[in-house]
Design a binder for this molecule. Structure first.
Ligand code: NAP
Length: 350
């Protein structure tokens, strides 16, 4: 049997932390051996520290694990981080310096030049930055790899096949983002019931800048960002899980509708070739019904790891438009980080 890596979760009691625990249950390559959260939870067994809010029972294996502070040493060799941005930077850097592989969800390091902002299907070659990272930061064994913001993952994964085939010249995206994206307890019910909130702090900037880094090319020790314009407007809507975006694109090369549709649905990449455990068979799934995708019906496609694309049509202002949907705590967070770790193992980086 192949080696099982001992893993810890920072922010283990939160929305994303719980999703990590759920997705890691029975994972063939990872064994959960350490959990960390804030001083509110530290010193307690996980079953007491955590109010489990996912469907199904809290996995038995974590009931008795004592919640630790998010600082080294922890009894593991790799940490998945779902700490809030404000505390992530110091904690994650300390783990990497102490020799741990840090696979992070938080925004703290995403835009640092020497840190891969990774979607394994889209930019696995950005892992080359890890050599520069090790040198620049003096990490001996440790490393930091991040995954993008939850809306950005969906947008970049949907744009990648179009950018590869036709070149993307401009993108306008309007998101409709689920409540679980704000963590727990998130948005007050009286603010979101019968309502849409047209503001999510920092979100539009993240979508606009992260997308260009992800679709950029490695040039020496950094990524040369893609140069097309991205305009994002982000809204919070009254949906529990599943972010959606209405997207319009201008393409560099002419393409007919069937070619655009085929570019989406035929898209596969290294994670599919390597048959990584969490990789969906189809990263982008096209729905042709006029009223799909919908969050409640489509967020679990590909065990939550596929981006669903529908309403693909010619656009009168830009060239094409479509609606994208993905599960924000699976492909947009915990599942994304786990796939990143699987890629690191498969490419010999761990
Ligand atoms: P959350 O539900 O609020 O959970 C936050 C977690 O961090 C909890 O485990 C909490 O522990 C811990 N924590 C809070 N303050 C801390 C401190 N000062 N020191 C140590 N631990 C602390 O948030 P979330 O939605 O899971 O988000 C976590 C991170 O993932 C954020 O950086 C977020 O931006 C990112 N992210 C979230 C999503 C999503 O869809 N939710 C998607 C992508 C990325 P206690 O329970 O002990 O307070």
């Amino acid at each position: 049997m192949s080696k099982k890596y001992r893993v810890g979760i920072l922010g283990a009691t939160g929305t994303v932390g719980q999703r990590f625990i759920q997705l890691l249950e029975g994972h063939p390559q990872f064994e959960l051996t350490a959990l960390a959260a804030s001083d509110r939870s530290q010193g307690k067994p996980y079953r007491e520290a955590c109010a489990w809010r996912l469907p199904g029972e809290m996995p038995l294996a974590v009931h008795a694990l004592e919640v630790q502070p998010p600082e080294p040493p922890l009894d593991c060799e790799l940490v998945f981080s779902s700490l809030p941005g404000g505390v992530a930077r110091e904690s994650e850097e300390a783990f990497a310096r102490a020799g741990y592989a840090v696979i992070s969800n938080s925004s703290a390091f995403r835009m640092d030049e020497d840190v891969p902002l990774l979607i394994p299907e889209v930019n696995h070659e950005h892992l080359a930055l890890l050599d520069a990272q090790r040198q620049a930061r003096g990490f001996e064994k440790g490393l930091i790899v991040t995954n993008p913001n939850c809306s950005t993952i969906m947008l970049a994964l949907a744009l990648a096949p179009l950018h590869a085939r036709f070149g993307v010249e401009a993108v306008v995206a309007t998101t409709m983002q689920a409540l679980s994206g704000a963590g727990y307890p998130g948005v007050a019910s009286l603010d979101i019931t019968d309502n849409v909130l047209p503001f999510i702090e920092g979100e539009e900037e993240k979508v606009e800048t992260e997308t260009l880094k992800i679709l950029g090319r490695v040039a020496g020790a950094r990524v040369e960002p893609a140069t097309f314009a991205v305009s994002a407007q982000c809204n919070r809507v009254n949906v529990t899980d599943g972010h959606m975006a209405a997207v319009r694109v201008r393409l560099a090369q002419g393409a007919d509708l069937e070619e655009v549709r085929a570019a989406f649905s035929s898209y596969t990449s290294l994670p599919q070739e390597l048959k990584l455990h969490s990789a969906p068979a189809r990263p982008v799934v096209v729905r042709d019904e006029p009223d799909r995708p919908q969050p409640r019906l489509d967020r679990d496609a590909g065990r939550g790891m596929s981006v669903m694309v529908g309403r693909v049509a010619r656009d009168r202002v830009l060239d094409y438009r479509f609606v994208a949907l993905s599960h924000n705590t699976v492909r947009g967070a915990a599942g994304a980080a786990i796939l990143n770790a699987e890629l690191l193992i498969a490419t010999g980086r761990l």
